[in-house]
Design a protein around this ligand. Sequence first.
Ligand code: PGA
Length: 226
Amino acid sequence: MKTIIANWKSNKNEHDVTTWLDIAIPKLKASPHEIVIAPPFPFLSLVKNYISQHGAKNIKLGVQDLSPYPAGSYTGAVGTKNLEGLSVLYAILGHSERRSHFHESEQEIANKVREAGISGITPILCVTRQNITSLANALGKIDPTQIIIAYEPVDHIGTTLTDSLENILGTKQLAKEAFGKTRYIYGGSVNPKSDQDILTHTEIDGFLIGMASLDPQEFTSIVNEF
Ligand code: PGA
């Protein structure tokens, strides 16, 4: 079973979300894989209700970020307290777009991971080859069974080409040395035409999909590759 995450980033309005769900959910709920939808925060309730009304038990909810702080006076921040009751199981943390556009530091990412852990949300920690070791140091001791490592090579995000299988597997080894034996997924330009050797490789536990998750047909056709 793979974990396949749709990261919609800062795309879609309410109408787009409903259209996507109407097309994709009937197909996705028949999949043997775990599907995670990570919509923008305002659509969490909408997606949660849709999933439960359609009895789509293999489809889970994720967020694209989290506050590094507990509940309190942090205007604009969305923390784990705010997510209670919304059935959020995963949080994508430390994405390169957060690091470059919002100047997230490794210490902030580590604090977000800690906040997620306290509330039982599984962090999907995005790493590159360059920051694996320093992120692991910033995190300190973690339980590797409670985290997913997502290898996200910046040069391959939002393009048309995935990284090579060799690099993906090589980075898995680096991740294992840094974090221990975690679930390990890949993200960066995965699309229905991606190399079958990558999509079906047993050492890769899933995929984080941006661009190709926006279109419901394209996303469901990737899920059907497995
Ligand atoms: P992409 O995005 O699939 O559009 O490359 C992946 C990501 O940013 O996680």
